[in-house]
Ligand binder design. Structure first.
Ligand code: FES
Length: 496
């Protein structure tokens, strides 16, 4: 009997199944629920085929629209394994941070599409240009994640011959999201922002210069595509713009974040910090800005954490100390299945508070792991991963402040961009030494990349001025080649 490997995203679980075997039997022990008992009527067991294929049954034709079927959606309870598969499990999906903030706009006819191309997640939002109203939003995980969670793994895969595959994969995935948005025949333009690696991979630019010192892109400017070149279901008149990067690994997601937060417009010193699989920092005011990226690693998204998971149902997201014991709260209040990035920061802060974790990061008495809520625990190595991530970001900010000639108390406001910034407890981030300033000045800012793209789309008269002005006044600081970085990083590894 032939057996095939089945991989499940976003948790990365794997199993083998016989040809012709139903998916229901192996998925049930992994905690996937079949609400209608496998009758094919509730859609609760839906999965999306990322790689491989699953035959469409009459139940699926009933349950899904043609566009959903074309996007790969299937009912697990009606599916059989006929080859190797990579599937995205809807029950493990996490809400992807979009943006509903009202933004300034200059009324025009038609619609436009704003896209945040993240290393982990994708968001496409359709906007009515006459009213500035959000007409629809579609989100997905970045399918390139099967080739590595962080940007350097993608660069390595691209350089090993996978470049064209990554470009095709991301264009197709975003094209599928765009194809589900309303009033597509009225689209005048679409605009994307993303980090430098995402920019290069989407645009089909060689990533090799990003893999070696001085890690400088050769072509990080704005790229414009016709819809036919991408194969997207949009009118031929519409142009698709990928906004320009700021330098090094600091991409247009940060440029858009600067637009969204107005950081380049005030006189006071402010900072924008985006903590994802890479940490990006901007520090500045209307006169000038310094920006840098730090190889923080994926710990803030719970990558390389033994029981780490994205912030979905069953993830421990908050930990506090009550009467000397850990009290854990899971997303959805269900049984704990793992720990997400904000939970890890909380857990380490609580461990420091209780004395179970020392300032060096060592577990007290040489313990190897710390139980949180059965069956979830975290290990010495998990703490180390978090130390490396927070050390890189704290060191980056310290060096930028030093170059500016300011101290943490001189910062008027710190905007925390992205999902982690939205959910992390500021007090815990300060307790572990990630943020050294007054917590009252730290502002969770949401999806600033998407908001900035919308502002650029909706304010065409200001767009070029914003982009050119910000790029001209921003200096990219290559931290990796700064002689002081290793020493400051070593100091910043200490917790609290
Ligand atoms: S369990 Fe209800 S449709 Fe599959």
């Amino acid at each position: 009997m032939t057996r095939f490997r089945v991989k499940l995203l976003p948790l990365g679980a794997e199993f083998e199944a016989d040809r012709g075997e139903s998916l229901e039997a192996p998925l049930a022990p992994l905690g996937i629920e079949f609400p209608c008992g496998g009758a094919g009527i509730c859609r609760g067991c839906r999965v999306r085929v990322i790689e491989g294929s699953i035959a469409i049954t009459p139940e699926m034709e009933e349950a899904f629209t043609p566009a959903e079927l074309a996007a790969g959606w299937r009912l697990a309870c009606c599916s059989q394994v006929e080859g190797p598969l990579t599937l995205e499990v809807a029950q493990w999906e996490v809400p992807v941070l979009a943006d509903d903030t009202a933004v300034p706009f200059e009324p025009a006819e038609g619609t436009a599409i704003a896209i945040d191309l993240g290393t982990t997640t994708l968001v496409a939002q359709s906007i009515d240009l006459a009213t500035g109203e959000v007409l629809g939003v579609r989100t997905a995980l970045n399918p390139q994640a099967v080739h590595g969670a962080d940007i350097m793994s993608r660069v390595e895969f691209a350089m090993a011959g996978g470049s064209a595959e990554l470009t095709a994969q991301i264009r197709e995935a975003i094209g599928a999201l765009v194809g589900e948005l309303p009033r597509r025949d009225e689209v005048q333009a679409a605009m994307l922002a993303g980090n430098t690696v995402m920019h290069h991979l989407f645009c089909g630019i060689d990533v090799a210069p990003l893999a070696a010192v001085p890690f400088q892109p050769v072509n990080d400017g704005e790229q414009i595509f016709e819809t036919a070149a991408l194969g997207w279901d949009l009118p031929a008149r519409a142009r698709i713009h990928f906004l320009p990067c700021l330098g090094g690994f600091v991409g247009s997601d940060i440029l858009a974040g600067i637009i969204a937060t107005g950081l380049a417009e005030g006189r006071g010193l402010r900072a924008l910090i985006d903590l994802g699989t890479n940490g990006e920092i901007v520090l500045g005011n209307a006169e000038r800005m310094l920006c840098a990226s730090t190889a923080a690693g994926p710990a803030f998204e719970a990558g390389r954490i033994r029981m780490g998971m994205r912030a979905g149902s069953g993830a421990i997201a908050h930990v506090s100390l009550r009467n000397g014991s850990f009290e854990c709260r899971t997303i959805g209040d269900g049984a704990p299945r793992g720990i997400c990035g904000s939970g890890l920061v909380d857990a380490v802060a609580a461990g420091l508070e209780s004395g179970a974790i020392l300032g060096s990061g060592r577990l007290e008495n040489g313990a190897r792991e710390l139980p949180l809520a059965d069956p979830v625990s975290f290990t010495q190595s998990d703490i180390r991963q978090l130390q490396l991530a927070k050390g890189a970001v704290a060191a980056g900010l310290r060096l930028l402040l030093d170059m500016w000639g300011a101290s943490p108390s001189g910062i008027e406001a710190v905007y925390l961009a992205g999902a982690f910034g939205n959910y992390v407890r500021i007090a815990s981030a300060r307790r572990i030494g990630l943020l050294e300033m007054d917590p009252a000045r730290v502002i969770p800012a949401g999806n600033t990349a998407l908001r900035g793209v919308k502002m650029a789309l909706l304010c065409p008269s200001r767009r070029d001025g914003w982009m050119e002005g910000i790029r001209r006044r921003t200096t990219h600081v290559p931290l990796a080649s700064d002689a002081r970085f290793q020493d400051v990083f070593a100091e910043c590894l200490r917790l609290g």
